[in-house]
Design a protein around this ligand. Structure first.
Ligand SMILES: CC(C)(COP(=O)(O)OP(=O)(O)OC[C@H]1O[C@@H](n2cnc3c(N)ncnc32)[C@H](O)[C@@H]1OP(=O)(O)O)[C@@H](O)C(=O)NCCC(=O)NCCS
Length: 318
C-alpha cells in the first residue's frame, strides 16, 4: 500500500468517527489508489483486486481501530498468519513487545471463518447488485460494508451485548425472563432465535466452544456481564418456553461476548464482521463476473400507489 498517502487520507477523518464510517470511506477510496486493477473484464486484474481487498482489509480495520482510540498505527508483519497479524495490528503498542496469544489467535481465525459467507444476506446481495452494473470491485465491497453497518444485519451481536449490559447482574435475570415470556411485553432475548435455523445454528455451536475457551484464557469468567451471559445461556437451553420454541442462542450471542473478552469495543464488532465477510463478498462477486449470462440487476417494482389524481394548475392556486 502507498502507506504515506494512505495515512494522510486517514488524517482527514474525525477522531470520534465510527470505525465503520472509516471502513466505508477507505475501502471505497481504494479504487483511487489502485486504479490499475479495476478493469473488471480482465480476469487477471479481477484476481489482483481480490487479493488486494482480502490482504488490505485487516490493515484498514486495525487502523480504523487505532485511529479511533488515538494510538499509533502498527504495520503488518509478513511472518504472521492472517489472524495473528490482525490481532497484533490492533493490540500492539510501541512501548512493549507484543506476543501473540495462540488461544486468541485461534479464536480470531475461527471467527473469520464462521463469518466468511452466508448465502444471499443483505450485504452480499448489495455487493452483487452494485457489481452487476460493472462498478469497480473496491466500490462494490464498500457498498457491502455500508449495508452490513445497519443494526438489523451486522449489528446483532452489538445488540446482544447491550442487552447483557442492561440486565447488568445475574440477580436481574428472573425479572428479565419474566418480561420476555410475557405476551403483553414485546421485549425479546437478543442473540436468541434465528429466522432460518430452527434447530441449532451450526455456527453457534462452534462459536460457543470458542467463547468458553476465550473466557477461560483471559480469566473473564468473573466479569458480571459475562456471568449474565452464561446464566442466560443455561436458562435458555433448559427452560420450556425457549426449548419448545426452538430458541437457541445464535452466533451473535456468543460472538459479542467473545469479542468483548478479547478486548474489542462494541464499535469494532461490525468492522470485524466486514473483514471476515470480504472473502464471501469477493467470492460471490467473482462468480458473478465469470458468468457470461450475467446482466445488470433490476428488481421489479410493482406500483401500488394512487391511480389518476386531479390537481389544481399552479397558476390557479391561491
Ligand atoms: C431472529 C428472529 C427475528 C427470528 O424470528 P422468527 O423466526 O420470525 O420467529 P417468530 O418471531 O415467529 O417467533 C416465534 C415465537 O418465538 C418467540 N421468540 C422468537 N424469538 C424470540 C426471542 N429472541 N426472545 C423471546 N421470544 C422469542 C416469539 O415471541 C414467538 O412466540 P409465540 O409463538 O408465543 O408468539 C427472532 O428470533 C429474534 O427477534 N431474535 C432476537 C434478535 C436476534 O438475535 N437477531 C439476530 C439473528 S442472527
Amino acid at each position: 500500500m502507498l502507506h504515506a498517502q494512505f495515512d494522510r487520507f486517514f488524517e482527514g477523518f474525525r477522531r470520534d468517527a465510527h470505525p465503520m464510517a472509516i471502513m466505508v470511506g477507505t475501502v471505497g477510496a481504494l479504487a483511487a489508489f489502485y486504479h490499475d486493477s479495476t478493469d473488471i473484464n480482465d480476469a487477471k486484474q479481477r484476481t489482483i483486486a481480490s487479493h488486494r481487498l482480502i490482504a488490505k482489509m485487516p490493515t484498514i480495520a486495525a487502523r480504523a481501530f487505532k485511529y479511533s482510540i488515538g494510538q499509533p498505527f502498527v504495520s503488518p508483519r509478513n511472518e504472521l498468519d492472517y489472524a495473528s497479524n490482525f490481532l497484533r495490528m490492533c493490540f500492539a503498542v510501541p512501548a512493549e513487545e507484543y506476543k501473540v496469544n495462540p488461544v486468541l489467535a485461534r479464536a480470531m481465525d475461527v471467527f473469520f471463518i464462521l463469518h466468511a459467507d452466508h448465502e444471499q444476506n443483505a450485504s452480499t446481495s448489495t455487493v452483487r447488485l452494485a457489481g452487476s452494473s460493472g462498478a469497480n470491485p473496491f466500490a462494490c465491497i464498500s457498498s457491502g460494508i455500508a449495508c452490513l453497518w445497519g443494526p438489523a444485519h451486522g449489528g446483532a451481536n452489538e445488540a446482544a451485548l447491550n442487552m447483557l449490559e442492561e440486565i447488568g447482574h445475574v440477580d436481574n435475570i428472573p425479572e428479565f425472563i419474566r418480561r420476555v415470556k410475557d405476551p403483553n411485553d414485546d421485549i425479546r432475548l437478543m442473540g436468541f432465535g434465528h429466522r432460518v435455523y430452527k434447530n441449532y445454528d451450526p455456527r453457534a455451536k462452534a462459536m460457543q466452544k470458542l467463547c468458553h475457551a476465550v473466557l477461560k484464557e483471559v480469566g473473564a469468567e468473573d466479569n458480571p456481564i459475562l456471568k449474565v451471559a452464561m446464566e442466560l445461556e443455561k436458562i435458555a437451553l433448559n427452560d420450556e418456553y425457549f426449548v419448545s420454541r426452538k430458541l437457541y442462542p445464535n452466533i451473535d450471542f456468543y460472538s459479542g461476548i467473545t469479542l468483548r473478552a478479547m478486548g474489542f469495543p462494541t464499535s469494532m464488532f461490525t468492522v470485524l464482521f466486514a473483514v471476515a465477510r470480504t472473502v464471501g463478498w469477493i467470492a460471490q462477486w467473482t462468480e458473478m463476473m465469470e458468468d457470461e449470462s450475467q446482466k445488470i440487476g433490476r428488481p421489479r417494482q410493482v406500483y401500488t400507489g394512487a391511480p389518476k389524481r386531479d390537481y389544481v394548475e399552479r397558476a390557479k392556486r391561491g
